[in-house]
Design a protein around this ligand. Structure first.
Ligand code: WT7
Length: 647
């Protein structure tokens, strides 16, 4: 990661782009940024004026119960109203909201007026099944339009959605459903991925089998011409299309209070138990709206495409809420980037004349590997802005993206943010910031980053911290206010938000993200806590202990290496390895499979018994071992290292 931060090339935005941009030129950015820091309340109040409020706020920011901050307290609003009704009232109902493309090639174009209608109908269907404001609804769907419709229908009636990425296992569904006491689950019979049908309903059935809180399971039919085995449980299960067939089209948006819970999204931390990140209504609304507008420089004639799944925060903010509040047209694609061939993404860009494209570094590295030929025979001239998200991008991939996809014409926004931050925090302003390959550059309006030591002294390279609250910030961890304070606000005595990333400031004042400083690993942009894998492994009867570390990976960014201590006398061979892998599939999901599992008779520990992960990382990266003098038994690492090199 260090090498990334010694990249010196600089790419100023093209003057044609700057001229038309919302934030035009560096001086414009600097002026507005300093206003946002000196007088945040005025800055955010002005931004909020663009949106619809049933009732305006009494105060913009209330810090009296920090770190439980309140934004736009006293206001009443509704996210679904701002994503839909507002555009229809402005005469834009016929504009396409979603160009949807299924993996097999089936398509649906949905206007804002049609989307509004579908959201109202499904919202009424949920109400008819008894869903009330404040109740939790889990959504486990492939990337079909009903995913966005379900999210917006929840927001419309004030139900709290908790979207579970469709790659998660039955056990992961169970954990999330129980933690949030979900009353309804919305799922599908299946979804297409690389030509195959993922059978989701079966996974849901297994996941919620013992969850008494779940009263309803609603099933979206995707497998029309594809027979899917989808048993329906009488009294609990219903088909989505049956429910929306006989309900009214009219569903007034619920007037939500500013701090009413909008959604929960579970994410990984340093323990084995994922955290239910809480996002509330008014602040998230304004932050998702404004970051989308400025960072993607959204204009009325844009066609936007974000390749993330709605199951992650990127999809919540930059497919649904932020993008739709800006009323632009977007592409949503169901399937894999290499189906039926490796040119699929570029074909979609050509077909829909996509102007803004937002994807992950891991995807860019895969495209590089697949070869330029998939790109060069496509017309990508509609593109005007590119973005990346989710993990650090290596300069080589950045340059490829810049040249091959952006024809050296499109600015690239490398956006650093998190599930917890709700929206972009560090990112170039596309019409203002000269970019550097691999650098997240400068803060968004109202965001004040600092780089600190553990003791809280400002330094050039160290731990990233955020000084002030911002409207899109998380409001807590569901059911665990103490964990919220401990995880994010205790490191520097409540003075700063602690995101968990390392960072460095360069000679231009730009910030480079250096990766996580905790035991969170980013595999293909999927955030995984090493402790989650460890807690799965130790459930195996032959496993005494385990430690999982992240190592650099050419395509995935990071990969996982698992060290597993087997109980004396038990076999550690291929069958055990297979059993452990299937436990990960079942306990978390296939995307969390480690690259390698190494068996050992012990793990390197200090004399006080603490596992020395630093040494495990050295072994896994094939590096020379760092200081081993504090080890209780140095022979343990030697044995592990021998085994690692052998395999
Ligand atoms: C972690 C958050 C941001 C939405 C998707 C991931 C890493 C994210 C970048 C970037 C370097 C990045 C950080 C962060 N990360 N974006 N542009 N450059 N690192 O959200 O799953 O909550 O993960 O992803 O380590 O803490 P998430």
């Amino acid at each position: 990661m260090e090498s990334v931060s010694h990249e010196h090339r600089k790419f100023p935005p093209a003057s044609a782009f700057v001229k038309r941009a919302h934030i035009s030129g560096e001086d414009a950015y600097k002026a507005l940024y300093s206003k946002s820091i000196q007088d945040p309340e005025t800055f955010w109040a002005e931004a909020a004026e663009d949106l619809h409020w049933f009732n305006k706020w009494d105060s913009v920011l209330d810090t009296s119960d920090a770190p439980f901050f309140k934004w736009f307290d006293g206001s009443r609003t509704n996210l679904s109203y701002n994503c839909l009704d507002r555009h229809i009232e402005a005469g834009k109902g016929d504009k396409i909201a979603i160009h949807w493309e299924g993996e097999p090639g089936d398509t649906r174009d949905i206007s804002y007026a049609q989307l509004h209608l579908e959201v109202c109908r499904f919202a009424n269907a949920m109400k008819a099944r008894g869903v009330k404001k404040g109740e939790r609804v889990a959504i486990y769907l492939p990337m079909v339009p009903e995913l966005a419709i379900s999210v917006l229908a929840c927001a419309r009636i004030g139900a709290v959605h908790t979207v579970i990425f469709a790659g998660f296992s039955a056990d992961s569904i169970r954990d999330r459903v129980l933690d949030s006491e979900t009353r309804m689950v919305i799922t599908g019979d299946g979804g297409y991925r690389r030509g195959k049908m993922l059978e989701l309903k079966k996974i849901v059935d297994e996941g919620v089998a013992d969850c008494a809180c779940v009263k309803d399971v609603i099933v979206v039919k995707r497998g029309d011409d594809h027979p899917v085995d989808c048993p329906m449980q009488a009294g609990r299960d219903a088909w989505y299309h049956d429910l929306v067939a006989d309900v009214s089209d009219v569903c007034p948006a619920e007037e939500m209070e500013a701090e009413d819970l909008l959604f929960l999204l579970y994410t990984s931390g340093t323990t084995g138990k994922p955290k239910g990140i809480m996002h509330t209504t008014a602040g998230y609304q304004v932050y998702s709206y404004l970051t989308s507008k400025y960072i993607f420089d959204l204009k009325n004639d844009d066609v936007y495409w974000c390749t993330a799944d709605v199951g992650w925060i990127t999809g919540h903010t930059y497919i649904v809420y932020g993008i739709m509040q800006n009323g632009v047209s977007q592409v949503i694609y169901e399937g894999a980037p290499n189906h039926p061939d490796e040119g699929r993404f570029w074909e979609i860009i050509e077909k829909y004349k996509v102007s803004i494209f937002y994807t992950a570094p891991t995807a860019i590295r895969a495209f590089m590997k697949w070869g330029d030929n998939w790109v060069t025979n496509k017309d990508l001239s509609s593109l005007r802005l590119l973005g990346t998200v989710g993990e650090p991008i290596n300069p080589e991939a950045w340059i490829w993206y810049h040249k091959m996809i952006g024809s050296e014409r499109c600015p690239i926004v490398d956006t650093w943010w998190q599930t917890e931050t709700g929206g972009h925090m560090l990112t170039p302003m596309p019409g203002a910031t000269a970019t550097k390959p691999g650098c997240a550059t400068v803060p968004f309006f109202g965001v004040e980053p600092v780089i600190l030591t553990d003791e809280g002294e400002e330094v050039e390279a160290g731990i990233l911290a955020i000084k002030k609250p911002w409207p899109g910030m998380l409001r807590g961890i569901y059911g665990d206010p103490q964990r919220y304070q401990d995880t994010y606000w205790c490191k520097w005595d409540g003075k700063y938000y602690f995101p968990g990333d390392g960072a460095r400031r360069d000679e231009d004042g730009y910030i480079w993200i250096l990766g996580r400083v905790d035991d969170v690993v980013n595999v293909s942009g999927h955030r995984i806590g090493t402790a989650e894998l460890e807690s799965v492994f130790v459930e195996h009867q032959d496993v005494a202990e385990s430690a999982v570390v992240g190592i650099p990976h050419e395509i995935k960014g990071q990969g996982l290496i698992a060290f597993v201590t087997v109980i004396d006398g038990r076999a550690h061979d291929e069958p055990l390895r297979q059993e452990l892998i299937s436990m990960i599939d079942k306990g978390i999901g296939k995307f969390a499979r480690p690259e390698r599992i190494l068996f050992s008779s012990d793990l390197p520990k200090t004399r006080s018994g603490k596992i020395m992960r630093r040494l495990l990382r050295d072994i896994a990266e094939g590096k020379e071992l760092g200081n081993t003098t504090t080890l209780a038994d140095p022979s343990v690492v030697e044995e592990l290292q021998k085994q690692y090199l052998k395999a």
